[in-house]
Write a new protein. Structure first.
Length: 443
């Protein structure tokens, strides 16, 4: 196996800093595009897909069915983590990230082409399910590589939290762009939004993917992976190896994400259903509130990563867990006042506890795995949370409200997730104190 990047020793400090900047830009722009693709589907599921693809169901059941298709994308994410984690640890971070960007982008563009129930019946829902699965597979391989691209160009560990938080910026930024696109075409298409207006944001993904590919083609492979190759330590089947050597880390990284991911999709996707169907707020009002939410989110996420360099990854993450567990009750109490400005404020602030966890999360998870197994380990742990937390959470929240006709059970669900996150984080061990500190931290 060969690596086309220059030898590690041949890279000067100036060139290293230039490559680090390129890696940060490539990982941040790439994750923004991929999360735009993935999260756009969640917004459309809450606003459009129920009546469009399941018109014979009552409104709430139609939303549940749409969120069921939404969940399929999360099933695909661990599959993508296994596939691309394998290749990311075998052939490198760069090539794998180019593949994930292409797969997700093509699937997203095709979503905009799918006819509704009125034209092809249930085949529309079948096609949407297949495309959502493909989207999930692409995103499943994206996150681990993007984080490693940023983190593995760092020298030492003093600023890894900050550097690893930049790819995390892509999630709120992608949600921001997705909601801006939906809001813009909601205004432009007017009464035609449910027929053709919702499709245009999906088509815009093609342009964004071209930009992302151009940026990613210009970066070098990370020094850490170069050293793994140079030392002939590339694993033959890294996914199986990480499950054999570090199963505890895989399980704990999935569990610790529950108070970040489950509430994240409640405040980012379920809120459209709750605010429009229950609180009777206008669609564009909710979109504006969520856009404000995302701006505050991507402004805060990098600071949260930076603070983890000061007080420790675990400490910062557990602060976020406590923040989230308490905020769930405050959030729904504010929403249930029915006062528009209070509803707007609740939605606008709701991503802050999520980003308090999301900022340090990348370094926290990546530092728990051996460098030669890191793409596979981080991807599997991170994406398994999609099945137990992110994917089911809008469905669970909708079901809880339909069953109990009050938001309190949803707040309790969020608090339980926070407890699981705190316990799992406390049990997670840091791998950087072992092999990486001696062999890879100074690369």
């Amino acid at each position: 196996m060969t690596v086309t990047s220059p030898p590690i020793s041949a890279i000067s400090e100036v060139e290293h800093r230039a490559q680090l900047r390129r890696a940060l830009i490539a990982s941040t722009v790439g994750t923004t595009i991929e999360w735009y693709d993935f999260l756009l589907y969640g917004t459309a599921s809450a606003l459009v897909f129920g009546p469009l693809f399941f018109p014979k169901s009552d409104p709430l059941m139609g939303v549940l069915e749409a969120f069921g298709v939404f969940f399929i994308g999360f099933v695909g994410r661990p599959i993508g983590a296994a596939i691309f984690g394998h290749w990311g640890d075998r052939i490198g971070r760069k090539a794998t990230l180019i593949a994930t960007l292409l797969i997700t982008g093509v699937a997203t563009f095709c979503v905009g082409l799918v006819p509704g129930y009125a034209k092809i019946g249930m085949w529309g829902a079948v096609l949407m399910t297949l495309l959502r699965l493909i989207q999930g597979i692409g995103v499943g391989g994206e996150w681990g590589g993007s984080v490693l691209l940023a983190m593995e160009w760092a020298r030492g560990t003093k600023n890894r939290g900050l550097l690893s938080a930049w790819p995390q910026f892509g999630a709120p930024a992608g949600l921001f762009l997705a909601n801006v696109a939906v809001l813009g075409f909601s205004y432009l298409s007017g009464g035609h939004f449910n027929t053709w207006g919702w499709r245009i944001p999906f088509f815009l993904s093609a342009i964004m993917v071209v930009v992302g590919l151009w940026i990613r083609l210009g970066i070098e492979e990370t020094p850490v992976f170069q050293k793994v190759v140079a030392d002939e330590r590339v694993e033959r089947v890294p996914v199986l190896e990480v499950l054999r050597r570090q199963p505890k880390q895989v399980i704990l990284t999935a569990l610790l994400r529950m108070p970040e991911q489950a509430p994240g999709y409640i405040v980012g996707a379920f809120i459209f259903t709750y605010a429009t169907a229950v609180l009777h707020q206008e669609r564009n009002f909710v979109l504006m509130a969520v856009i404000t939410q995302t701006v505050l989110g991507f402004l805060w996420v990098v600071f949260a990563g930076h603070f983890s360099d000061k007080i420790g990854r675990k400490n910062m993450f557990m602060v976020g867990c406590v923040f989230m567990g308490v905020f769930g009750f405050i959030y729904f109490a504010m929403l249930d006042t029915g006062i528009p400005w209070v509803i707007f404020l609740a939605i606008a602030l709701s991503l802050l506890p999520v980003m308090t966890q999301y900022g340090p999360e990348a370094a926290l998870i990546a530092e728990s795995f051996s460098p030669r197994l890191r793409y596979s380990g981080t991807s599997l742990g991170y994406q398994l949370a999609s099945i137990i937390a992110g994917g089911p959470s809008p469905f669970i929240a909708t079901w809880l409200f339909a069953r109990y006709h009050t938001s309190l059970p949803i707040a309790i669900y969020i608090a339980l997730c926070a407890v699981i996150g705190i316990v799992s984080t406390a049990m997670l061990t840091d791998y950087t104190g072992k092999e990486i500190s001696a062999e890879y931290a100074g690369v």
